[in-house]
Ligand binder design. Sequence first.
Ligand SMILES: [Zn+2]
Length: 421
Amino acid sequence: MQASINFLRHNTAEFEKYVKRVLEINPQYSNLYDILANNCERLRLYKEAVAFAREALLLKPRDWTAMSILGVNLLRIGEEEEGKAALDKAYEGDQFNVMTVNTLKLLDSFGHFVRFDTTHFKVKLHEKEVAVLRPYVRELLEKAYDTLTEKYDFKPEGPITFEMYPDHADFEVRTLGLPGIGGILGVCFGKLFVMDSPTARKPDSFNWGSTLWHEFMHVISLQMTDHKIPRWFSEGLSVYEERKGFTGWGDKMKLDYLAAMKSKKFLPTAELNNGFTRPKYENQILVSYYQSSLVCDYIDQKFGFPALKKMLLLYKQGRSTADVFKESLGLSLEQFDEEFFKWVDDKVKNLDVKPFTELISSGQEALAKGDTDKAIEILEQAIYLYPEYTDEHNAYESLADAYLKKADKKAAIDILKKFAM
Ligand SMILES: [Zn+2]
């Protein structure tokens, strides 16, 4: 534990002292490196996890846990052949390690994937959908690459591998070795990024283009900072870039985000990572994605995009978040939060969940009763108050209906266009 903490804090001398102390007590204790590897894995330091697993195996070549960790993480950094060889060995030694077994099954299923290269990516798509998806995937990957590498003035190290899974269970194994991360659509390991394919989910339940863009932005932010970027900032930037990528992309202010803002549930920036790793209420992870993206929006609006880029470069140097804010924005975290929360409060000052949903309901009731003019007035007002609200029971669709009742096709189309933005 002490060794992990010191390693992660880049405290080499202390780290080596603890390692030495443990190995003096038990020179065969390869478990020490297994623990270190696991902790690195958790922080998305896959290269480091591979290195520690190798250390464990030097001490004890029959440490099958280490062999399994080695295999899984080699796959994550794109070393497929060596990774498979390690997993085969791990399986020979221990047939009951779930990570090993699941990952080997997944590798078998790779036989059903078609591999092809684009200018900057190695791509794997399932044989049953490759014909349909290939042109779209190729075009969007290259567009994301051109747009974001130019904007961030950074060319990520390759080869970069992109995979799409029609079977969400395979995607889960690919990302964690274990099924069970229902809500997640995509994951990025630095040089490898993978996601559900459009057929893995019900139609309309997610926008795969937006997700691809989001995950590629992680390739940039992780590599630009040698994986030292905090989770919240990486997610915030990815959502921020989704919104810039294409009209309608990126998460909008949903009702539960509004509720969280009104009840002051946003976290101080210094604690924002906890919203992802140790959520305390339902939906806190999603609220934290949204908050992080707003932090990026705010910094962009107030300080300009170069400030966001500078933050990445400071994180690469291993600087703390407090340092990064001080140096790139000239503010302490407390000062930043004060400004940011004021901006957030201002955004929602005329808005609250219950009055807003009641307003839409009364507009829809008026429409149902045939009072079209009244419905239009109310629904227009609802959209004016809260243009981002496009989920179920939204004002846009009812308003378009109301215009159609008045035979005003043009107004109906205009409203539906705004709805899709
Ligand atoms: Zn993400």
